[in-house]
Design a protein around this ligand. Structure first.
Ligand code: PLP
Length: 450
C-alpha cells in the first residue's frame, strides 16, 4: 500500500452548507475529464498550464442562441465578436455555424478576412478606425458602425470623390436603466446626438445608412434593458422612415448577455442567476415586433453575442506548485496559472476543481498564481481540499476574453488545444518560445558588442 502523505492537522469550523437529497453537501466536486478526454492525459501530452476548448460546447451554445432568436423573429444574423476570442480555429467554428464577423480594429478586420469571411459579412465597430481601415471597409462593402462625429466626417471626406457608397450604421448609447450607463461609445439617444448623426448621414451623398447599432454593456444580468434598447432603436428607425422614406435594413443589438460565471461580490452563483437566451430573445424581439415598424420593413436582427457563447467552452488546466501557511496561519496553494493567463479573475470568482478524487476535507484557502507579483491571486478565499505538489486543477468557464487579454508577463503563453466532436485533441495555438518572442526585438549596435 502506498504510504499516505503527511498533512499537518488543522481545526476547521464546519460549514455544513445547504442539504440536498443526499444530506449535507460536503463532497468535493472533481473535473477529471473534458468531453471524454482525461485531464491528466491532456496535461501530460501538452504541458501545464493548458487552455482547452470544447468544440461541442461552442457549437451547442451557438445553436441554442440561434434557436432562441430565430424561433421568435424571422430574420436573424449573428456576428462573432472577435475580441472575445479571436483564435482562428474558434472563429472558424462560429463562421461554420453561420456567424459573420464583428471586429473592432484593423487587426481584427484583417484576421476576419484571412478566415475567409467576405467583406460584406464584416461588421466594423469601435472608436479607432484609420483612414486606411475605412477605405478598405468601404471598398469591401463592410458595415461600418460609426462611433463619433469625427469618424463620420472622415467617411464624408473619404467618399467625396468615389463612386462607391459607404454602408454605415451608427452606434447609439442610451439610458436602459442599468448603471453605470455606457455612454462613451457612439451617439447618445436622450440628448439628441443620435438623431443629429442620422440627419447628417441622410444628407451626405455617398453614405448609405443601413443599420442602427447598440451594445449596452457587458454581463447584463436582466433582459429588461434590452427591451428598452431595442424599443429606442426601433423608434429611431421609424422616425428615419417617416422623415426620409428610408427603411433601416437592420437593428444590431450588440452583445452583453451574461455567461454563467459568478461576478465577485455576487450573492448567488452566476449559473443560477444568468438569464437564458430565450429570456433575452423575448425582450429584444418583443420590442421590435411591438414597435411601429411596418411588417414590410422589418429589419434583420443582428446579434454580436460574445462571452455567453464561448465562456463555458473554455477550461484552464494547471498544476499545484506548492502549499504554504501565511502569516495568519491561513492556507495558501500556489498553482502554475497566474492572472497573466486568467485576466478575468479580476472580476470573476472563478470556480476551481481538483482533477482527481481527493479528500473531502476542505479548508479556507487562498489560491495564488506563480507570478512574482502580489496581485497574482486566482481566488482569495475558497473552500478547497488539500492538494499536493504535482496534483492537477481545472478552472472551467474561461473561454471568453482570456485568450485575447492574456499577458506576456514573466512567462510565455502555453498551448491551446481544441477537443473536436470526435474527441480528437488539436493544438490550435502552440506554446510560445523564447525564440519567437525575441524575433521582434532588436539590439542597437553599440550594445551588440559580444
Ligand atoms: C465586446 C463587444 C461585443 C461582445 O460583448 P459580450 O459582452 O462578450 O457579449 C459585442 N459588440 C461590441 C461592439 C463589443 O465591443
Amino acid at each position: 500500500m502506498e504510504k499516505l502523505k503527511y498533512e499537518r492537522p488543522v481545526i476547521n469550523k464546519i460549514n455544513a452548507g445547504t442539504p440536498d437529497k443526499f444530506g449535507m453537501n460536503t463532497r468535493v466536486k472533481v473535473i477529471d475529464e473534458i468531453d471524454g478526454v482525461k485531464v491528466s492525459e491532456l496535461l501530460k501530452k501538452y504541458g501545464s498550464p493548458l487552455y482547452v476548448i470544447s468544440e461541442k460546447t461552442v457549437r451547442d451554445n451557438y445553436k441554442d442562441a440561434y434557436r432562441a432568436f430565430s424561433n421568435r423573429y424571422p430574420k436573424v444574423q449573428f456576428a462573432w465578436s472577435y475580441k472575445t476570442n479571436y483564435l482562428d480555429a474558434v472563429c472558424r467554428i462560429f463562421h461554420d455555424e453561420g456567424s459573420w464577423a464583428e471586429v473592432v480594429s484593423g487587426f481584427e478586420y484583417d484576421k476576419a478576412l484571412s478566415n475567409g469571411i467576405p467583406g460584406g459579412q464584416i461588421i466594423f465597430n469601435g472608436p479607432d478606425k484609420s483612414d486606411e481601415d475605412l477605405l478598405k471597409a468601404i471598398d469591401n462593402s463592410s458595415f461600418i458602425h460609426i462611433d463619433h462625429f469625427d469618424e463620420l466626417y472622415s467617411i464624408i471626406r473619404l467618399t467625396k470623390n468615389t463612386n462607391k457608397k459607404a454602408k454605415v450604421a451608427i452606434r447609439v448609447n442610451m439610458d436602459t436603466g442599468i448603471y453605470p450607463q455606457w455612454d462613451r461609445f457612439g451617439f447618445n439617444y436622450e440628448n439628441g446626438e443620435a438623431w443629429n448623426a442620422i440627419n447628417r448621414i441622410m444628407l451626405a451623398d455617398n453614405i448609405d445608412l443601413v443599420g442602427l447599432h447598440t451594445h449596452i454593456g457587458t454581463y447584463i444580468m436582466t433582459p429588461q434593458p434590452y427591451y428598452v434598447a431595442a424599443s429606442k432603436l426601433s423608434e429611431l428607425a421609424v422616425r428615419t422612415h417617416k422623415k426620409y422614406d428610408h427603411a433601416i435594413k437592420y437593428i444590431d443589438m450588440g452583445g452583453g448577455f451574461a455567461s454563467k460565471n459568478t461576478l465577485k461580490g455576487a450573492y448567488l452563483p452566476g449559473k443560477d442567476t444568468c438569464p437564458s437566451f430565450d429570456d433575452y430573445a423575448d425582450a429584444i424581439t418583443n420590442a421590435i415586433l411591438n414597435s411601429e415598424i411596418k411588417p414590410d420593413n422589418l429589419p434583420v436582427l443582428f446579434l454580436e453575442t460574445g462571452r455567453a457563447l464561448i465562456d463555458d467552452a473554455g477550461y484552464l488546466l494547471g498544476t499545484v506548485l506548492a502549499n504554504k501557511r501565511l502569516a495568519n496561519a491561513r492556507r495558501a496553494t500556489i498553482i502554475d496559472i497566474g492572472v497573466n493567463l486568467l485576466f478575468t479573475s479580476f472580476w470573476y470568482q472563478h470556480e476551481i476543481y481538483p482533477a482527481k478524487e481527493c479528500s473531502n476535507v476542505t479548508e479556507d484557502t487562498t489560491i495564488y498564481g506563480p507570478l512574482c507579483m502580489n496581485i497574482d491571486i486566482i481566488r482569495d478565499a475558497v473552500q478547497f481540499p488539500v492538494l499536493q505538489k504535482g496534483d492537477h486543477v481545472v478552472i472551467p468557464r474561461i473561454g471568453a476574453y482570456n485568450m485575447t487579454q492574456w499577458l506576456q508577463f514573466i512567462t510565455l503563453r502555453p498551448n491551446v488545444v481544441l477537443i473536436d466532436n470526435d474527441k480528437n485533441v488539436n493544438i490550435i495555438r502552440e506554446k510560445e518560445t523564447l525564440e519567437a518572442f525575441k524575433n521582434l526585438e532588436k539590439i542597437p549596435g553599440h550594445l551588440n558588442g559580444k
